[in-house]
Design a protein. Structure first.
Length: 426
């Protein structure tokens, strides 16, 4: 697949500092993105506990990755040398590719973190543990708003919001945005907590938006999708006894040896970034497979055909994606007619979705409806024929995405930079 230019949202470095809470997959890869970009003056990472026997053990964890290789090779190629230096175990400090990085190892509750002391105003929470924007900052078990109590001005979340109390509405100061889809929904004067949805929702949004923009939501009879998703850290390497109260027993089965059915919150999050989806019947399913990263969305759309408008076919759909990708210079959506496998898309820089036009398929057929089951009697009396035929086209579209670094972490990095720019210019 041809290389993608690295186009930046911002070119001038900022004097601001970024806080990252958590050093799991997205936390670590967000750090990789930021030290490559060198936009923030410093990055402060909270891991909330002791790790290894010294700071060098944490540095090795940051440097080496089983999926993407060594950090220095990712940044500069196969002949590169180590880019982590100046380790100070007492202060928890190191320099990574010229960016100072401080590691905090004391507290896990966001309200207890020392963002104020470290002059961190923007924090991204990547732990996956604090997703409810309605919980107060002093909540005993921790909350997103705890970061605000600790001194941050803005908080980003690397996951969809999840409100535990279903009677509560989304707070006015919280919003879900996806870079390149609805980032303009973010109001810097009002919003202090911003979710960047999920990797699957991000890919799906870029697959659906070009179709919605081209056809309008009224042409969609229904939409369904299944994500064939790489394994995640929530799954078990070997079969494991479930915790008390666990309801999804399949997550405790070995991801090495199984294809595992699971759920996805993509349907709910998608409507927050593409409001048109509230008008369209939509269902989303997920299957986990034994690969480390590189996932696939199989999107199925049923279009109602209109007699006086061109009908939907394979060429038209591929032209929509090809034109959409060409007209938007940031490259978040890519169209290809190559025949790819999942490993081909690992690490592709800032590509939210790769639509594989070679596999786009459409079929048109006629559906017969009985109006007597749909219309009231007073209307039916005026209808000479109750059976009507409606032409419909079913389209199947395939979209690849690197669910860790290439797509999600890089787009999240863009979101953080735009938030920081607004904050710095206020």
């Amino acid at each position: 697949m041809s290389p993608q230019p690295r186009l930046e949202v911002a070119t001038e470095p900022s004097p601001m500092k970024l806080g990252i809470n958590g050093l799991g997959r997205i936390g670590k890869l967000s750090l990789w993105h930021q030290v490559e970009r060198r936009y923030f003056a410093e990055v402060v990472v909270n891991i909330g506990r002791q790790a290894g026997t010294r700071l060098d053990d944490i540095a090795l964890f940051i440097e080496k990755d089983s999926v993407y290789g060594a950090l220095h090779n990712y940044l500069y190629g196969c002949r590169a040398q180590r880019v982590i230096e100046d380790l100070d175990d007492r202060k928890g400090r190191m320099v990574i590719n010229g960016t100072p990085v401080t590691i905090l190892r004391q507290n896990r509750n966001p309200r207890d973190l020392s963002w104020l002391n470290h002059e961190v105003e923007l924090v991204v929470d990547t732990t996956g543990q604090f997703r409810d924007p309605t919980l107060p900052g002093d909540f005993d078990k921790g909350s997103l708003r705890g970061h605000l109590v600790a001194g941050a001005r803005k908080v980003a979340l690397s996951a969809p919001f999840k409100i535990s109390d279903k009677s509560r509405a989304m707070p006015e100061d919280a919003v879900t945005t996806i870079t390149g889809i609805n980032e303009m929904d973010y109001d810097p004067a009002r919003h202090v907590i911003v979710s960047h949805a999920s990797c699957t929702t991000t890919c799906l949004a870029f697959m659906l938006k070009p179709l919605i923009d081209s056809f309008g939501p009224k042409r969609f009879l229904s939409v369904s999708m299944a994500t064939v998703h790489a394994s995640t850290s929530s799954q078990q390497v070997l079969d494991h006894l479930p915790q008390g109260g666990a309801t999804d027993l399949r997550k405790n089965r070995s991801i090495f040896n199984n294809i595992i059915l699971t759920s996805t919150g993509a349907a709910e999050a998608l409507a927050q970034v593409l409001p048109e989806m509230r008008e369209i019947p939509f269902i989303a399913e997920s299957v986990r497979i034994p690969v480390s990263t590189g996932s696939l969305i199989i999107l199925v759309v049923n279009f109602q055909e209109v007699p006086d408008k061109p009908w939907v076919d394979r060429r038209r759909i591929n032209d929509i994606y090809s034109s959409y990708a060409a007209q938007r210079p940031k490259g978040y959506l890519r169209y290809t007619e190559e025949q790819n496998v999942s490993s081909d898309i690992i690490g592709l820089y800032r590509v939210a979705a790769i639509v594989e036009g070679h596999e786009t398929h459409t079929r048109t057929a006629t559906i017969t409806f009985d109006l007597s089951q749909l219309l009231p009697a007073e209307v039916l009396n005026k209808v000479p024929e109750t059976w009507v035929e409606v032409p419909m086209t079913k389209a199947v579209i395939y979209g690849w995405y690197d669910n860790e670094l290439g797509s999600y972490s890089n787009l999240l990095g863009d979101r953080l930079v735009t938030m920081a720019e607004h904050m710095y210019n206020q």
